[in-house]
Each structure stands twice: as structure tokens, then as C-alpha cells.
Design a protein around this ligand. Structure first.
Ligand SMILES: [Zn+2]
Ligand SMILES: [Zn+2]
Length: 445
């Protein structure tokens, strides 16, 4: 006896409802134990324990903390990854921030991983895989938020990491090699995003760490003997701000530096000052053009003060292009859940994500679903509708996966037939490696 696709989807949605207590408990547990990228050990252990509880085979410790499971369909076919991010980020003043690390779930990633687990459990509970071809790969991944850079660079020097983001690391290790397409649903707190939707694209970025070196001296009795590295940095920040009028709207450039070390003691002329910034833009061309201007501004600060500057440019995230055909499949399933009037198709978004990197090598989408309130990355970000954030996202993921792989996986195969990846995996890795560069400029010479 066979079960229709729609009946199967309904059964899976009901199975997620039956798991409500477990899933809401999981989402809230993660929300209360936020961990920074590549260090999400407790969160990863919880995900693994959940896979264990439904006897789903999985691997752990991928790129430090990634957990990759596998559900096999009845016949061979494409592999669809259901991706959820494990990490939190440092947000000052967040009420649930970890007192030691400052980490808080102010981007809703706790809902993503919970949804991946919820979809997995329901697919197992209902025996849905016997009606599908190919494989579903529930994949909890580390370190989407690109921060904690000093610590990550230590890991690079120690040979533990090459890239500073989770998905680039997973791609480097080949953990996306056996996957054909990837879906992630991100929680949103913005009213204009309605209940569910998908954007056309997202900015990409490069990441920069900057070290100004001047000369320390007594700030009261002998400032003339010093070279003030903080003022060199200030001049560079002013120059970057002056350059903003040259950025064109169509390129959606975002440059937002922070001073991570501004001086050590107030009666000493700062001898060393550190900055970090991203340079974001809509296309690789736009990012590299703005990056060249930012480098010029950084050198200008050193030149004015006679200081030295060391500029390190690191590979960030590639621009995200959501695959239109895959987005349509997400759309029809999300609309079944939320109604057509609560679904919104958007244009370009100016944040960056390493789903962009995945989108360079396979059909990928990052959808949005509501359930949170407050400002993304802000101290007031909260999950306000746990049922929708944890269960609704799980239902949308599971329904989309079933739609793609039902029967002979006709929907997924059609998407793959019409798809040509912008880059091969080798080309992607070569491109990102090519970004990596350290330049030293001596403004006193
Ligand atoms: Zn975020
Ligand atoms: Zn996020």
C-alpha cells in the first residue's frame, strides 16, 4: 500500500506535534546554554543524543562540533541536507548571555538545530523514508557567526582550522561532497518578513584584522616621543567614513569596523591598537573594489601619524544566491503551513552567511520563518513563539524534503538537471585561499 505525498507530509507534521514537549524543551535548553562557534560542545552533544534516541546513524566532531546524520530512502537518489547552525554570538547586555563568554542566542540558531532534529524524528516516527528516493542528511553545523576572531586565528596557527567559518571548514574537509542540495531555515524577528519567506540573495564579505604599531611614551611628560597608534586608527576610520559616498547603492557595501584594542593604560601613548572589520557587498567584484579603498584608508592613518600598520585580509563568506527552483519548493510547502498571504518573496539582503559558500557549489536556499521578536544580534532578541519557531520550522523542513525526494525524487532531480554550479569545490577553495593576505605598510618610511 502506498501513501500519497500529501498524506505523508501531513503525517510528518502530526509527528512533529507529538514531539512538541521534547522539541520545545530542546530549543529552550540551547537558548539557555549559548556557545560560541567551533566550541558548541554541549549543543552538539544534545543534537547527537537526540539522533541517538531515534537510532539515526550520525558522525560527530566534524570541523570541531558538527553533527551529520543520514536517513536512507528506499531507492538511490540525490542527497538533501537539512542544515541547522549550532552557534551563538557575543551580544552585550543580552539577558541570557553566558556570564563567562558573553555568548547569547540573538540570531535564533537554537531554533534551526531544533527544527533539523524535529524533522529527523518525525521522518523516523512515520517511516517516511520508505516512500522516498535518495538520502536526507540532517546536518548541525558549527560557527556561522564570524566572530571571536582572535581565538579562531590561534586555532589557525595551531593547524586546527584553516577557514574561520563553519561551512567553509566543512567544505574543506569534504563533508559536503556527498550532498547534492542544502536547505536551511533561519528564524526572523522582522515584521516585514511575515511568517515565512525567502530572499533572492545576500551580501558576501571579506574579513580584516588590522594592527597599528606606534611608539609608547609618557602621555603627560613626553607625548612628543610617542607615536599614537590610536590616532592613526582614528584617522583611518574617518577616511573609511569619507569613502562611503563613493559606494554605490547597487553594490550594498557595508563596512563596520570595531576597535578591539584601543590602548592599555591611560597615562601611556597607545603604542599598539587593533581593529577588525568586514567589507560586505553584493558581488565579489563590489567587495574587492571596496576592500581596495578600505586598505588605502588604513594606510592613510599610518602615513599621517608615522605609524606602521599590518592589514590582514581573511576569506569571509561568499554572496548567497538562493536557488530559484529550490526556493519554489520551499515556498509551496511553507505556504501550506502559513498561508499565501503570510509568505513573502524578498529581494537582496545585506547580511552575510556561509550558506553563501554552499550556494556557490550546489543548489541551496536559506528561508526565513518567524517566531522571534527584537533586533537580530540585539540584546532584546527573543523567541516569542516557541511552537512556531521550533515546530513550524521543523514541519517546513520535513515537508520540503519529502516534496524533493518523494517517489523517484523527481522534484530534486529536475532541479539538479537544470543546475550548473558557479564554482566547483576545488575552484571555491582556491578562490577563498586566494583572499588570504597580510600587508605591512610603514608610514614613517
Ligand atoms: Zn547572526
Ligand atoms: Zn544567523
Amino acid at each position: 500500500m502506498t501513501t500519497s505525498k500529501e498524506t505523508l507530509q501531513k503525517q510528518v507534521c502530526e509527528a512533529i506535534e507529538r514531539r512538541a514537549d521534547t522539541l520545545i524543551g530542546m530549543g529552550e535548553t540551547i537558548r539557555h546554554q549559548p556557545e560560541l562557534g567551533f566550541k558548541e560542545f554541549k549543543t552538539a552533544a544534545l543534537v547527537a543524543q537526540m539522533f541517538e534516541s531515534v537510532r539515526v546513524p550520525h558522525r560527530t566532531g566534524l570541523a570541531n562540533t558538527g553533527v551529520k546524520a543520514e536517513l536512507k530512502g528506499a531507492k538511490p537518489g540525490p542527497a538533501v541536507a537539512l542544515v541547522g547552525e549550532l552557534d551563538a554570538l557575543v551580544v552585550s547586555g543580552h539577558p541570557l548571555a553566558d556570564p563567562v563568554t558573553g555568548a547569547a542566542h540573538a540570531c535564533g540558531h537554537n531554533a534551526q538545530v531544533t527544527a533539523v532534529v524535529g524533522a529527523t524524528m518525525a521522518l523516523v516516527d512515520t517511516g517516511a523514508m520508505q516512500y522516498l528516493a535518495g538520502r536526507i542528511v540532517p546536518f548541525a553545523v558549527p560557527a556561522e557567526e564570524y566572530g571571536d576572531i582572535a581565538w579562531r586565528l590561534e586555532q589557525v596557527r595551531a593547524g586546527q582550522l584553516e577557514f574561520l567559518g563553519g561551512k567553509p571548514e566543512l567544505i574543506r574537509h569534504g563533508h559536503f561532497d556527498d550532498i547534492d542540495m542544502a536547505i536551511l531555515i533561519h528564524t526572523t524577528s522582522r515584521a516585514e518578513d511575515k511568517s515565512a519567506g525567502i530572499a533572492a540573495s545576500n551580501n558576501g564579505c571579506v574579513v580584516k584584522t588590522v594592527r597599528y604599531v606606534g611608539r609608547a611614551a609618557h602621555a603627560g611628560s613626553a607625548p612628543h616621543l610617542g607615536v599614537n597608534a590610536l590616532y592613526a586608527a582614528n584617522l583611518a576610520l574617518s577616511a573609511i567614513n569619507a569613502l562611503r559616498e563613493t559606494f554605490q547603492e547597487r553594490d550594498t557595501i557595508r563596512v563596520h569596523p570595531v576597535i578591539t584594542q584601543g590602548g592599555k593604560q591611560v597615562n601611556v601613548i597607545p603604542g599598539e591598537v587593533h581593529l577588525e572589520t568586514y567589507v560586505r557587498g553584493k558581488s565579489v567584484r563590489a567587495i574587492m573594489d571596496a576592500n581596495m579603498k578600505v586598505d588605502r584608508a588604513l594606510r592613510a592613518g599610518a602615513l599621517a601619524m608615522g605609524a606602521q600598520v599590518e592589514i590582514t585580509t581573511l576569506p569571509g563568506y561568499m554572496p548567497l544566491t538562493n536557488n530559484p527552483a529550490l526556493a519554489q519548493v520551499f515556498r509551496r510547502n511553507a505556504e501550506t503551513l502559513v498561508g499565501t498571504e503570510r509568505y513573502v518573496t524578498q529581494g537582496h539582503r545585506t547580511g552575510s552567511t556561509d550558506m553563501g559558500d554552499v550556494s556557490q557549489i550546489m543548489p541551496a536556499v536559506q528561508g526565513y520563518m518567524s517566531g522571534a521578536s527584537g533586533t537580530g544580534h540585539g540584546a532584546d532578541y527573543m523567541i516569542t513563539d516557541p511552537r512556531f519557531a521550533y515546530l513550524g520550522q521543523a514541519q517546513a523542513l520535513a515537508m520540503t524534503a519529502i516534496d524533493l525526494l518523494y517517489g523517484d525524487a523527481g522534484t530534486a532531480n529536475e532541479i539538479l538537471r537544470d543546475y550548473k554550479a558557479p564554482m566547483s569545490r576545488a575552484e571555491y577553495l582556491a578562490f577563498q585561499r586566494g583572499i588570504n593576505k597580510t600587508e605591512r605598510y610603514d608610514g614613517s618610511a
